[in-house]
Design a binder for this molecule. Structure first.
Ligand code: GLP
Length: 245
């Protein structure tokens, strides 16, 4: 595991953008795994800017998002699909068939999860998976629990995670779905390269537990350490409680 610490969230985003542009430089039709959330917003801004300046052509990428809420009406601005369209897909000319987001309205959610795993396989697997970290140590929507589902699955969201996501629903907790679909840790660890982005003091303790504590299902992000090619990119605040540096 490589840990890189940068001055602030802007420098974290710049480093993450370099990783993505590096992957695209090596393979213009690369397959990316992508998160939603506040943390990757600056990265997406940089990718959009690089695409606009014709530094890179991102329209040949294939993408797979980590997760999606269950049961939202189509086009709901709180959905991960709408988030990605708004911040990245529509702005870099990515055609719909190249962008994969789980369908949280599928009638058969289990079948939808199995379909997603097959689609990742059919695309040749994920070259670079970008990840964010939940305050409670979740990645994607893999919540702390006595056991974890390895592959894409239906998740019951914890109240902490629902509260953390209320901002995407005009701070109306009642509107935050109770369930989501998420890649499992096995799906995530199947990517050839992982990059975990974490910024801010609020996550300093969970960063320490994830990177220095035991590997445990009670802290799903700790499993990322089992991957052979993982980089954790932190700002100084998120790194401030690491002891082994
Ligand atoms: C959400 C998403 C995660 C994301 C996490 C952190 O619950 N499902 O994929 O990484 O929250 O979000 P933020 O970057 O806003 O702190």
């Amino acid at each position: 595991m490589r840990i890189s610490v940068f001055r602030d969230p802007e420098a974290v985003a710049a480093a993450a953008a370099r990783r993505v542009l590096g992957a695209v430089g090596r393979k213009p039709a690369a397959v990316l795994g992508l998160p939603t959330g506040r943390t990757p917003l600056r990265l997406y801004e940089r990718l959009v800017a690089a695409h606009a300046r014709a530094v890179v052509d991102l329209s040949r990428l294939t993408t797979f998002n980590l997760d999606e809420f269950v049961g939202l009406p189509p086009g709901d601005p709180g959905s991960c699909r709408a988030f990605m369209e708004r911040h990245l897909f529509a702005r870099v000319g990515l055609r719909r068939q190249r962008t994969h987001v789980l369908d949280g309205r599928a009638r058969d959610l289990r079948a939808e999860c199995a379909r997603y795993e097959r689609a990742i396989g059919a695309a040749g697997g994920i070259d670079l998976q970008i990840l964010g970290l939940g305050l409670n140590g979740h990645v994607g929507f893999n919540e702390p629990a006595p056991h974890l589902d390895p592959l894409t699955h239906l998740v019951k969201l914890t109240s902490a995670t629902r509260r953390a996501n209320a901002a995407w629903f005009e701070n109306d907790l009642r509107r935050v779905p109770r369930e989501a679909l998420s890649m499992g840790l096995g799906t995530i660890l199947g990517a050839r390269q992982l990059v975990l982005l974490v910024t801010g003091r609020a996550k300093a303790l969970v960063v320490r537990r994830a990177l220095e504590g035991r590997v445990t299902t009670w802290l799903p992000a700790s499993f990322l350490r089992l991957h052979g090619n993982v980089e954790v990119i932190l700002d100084r605040e998120a790194a401030s409680r690491l002891t082994e540096r």
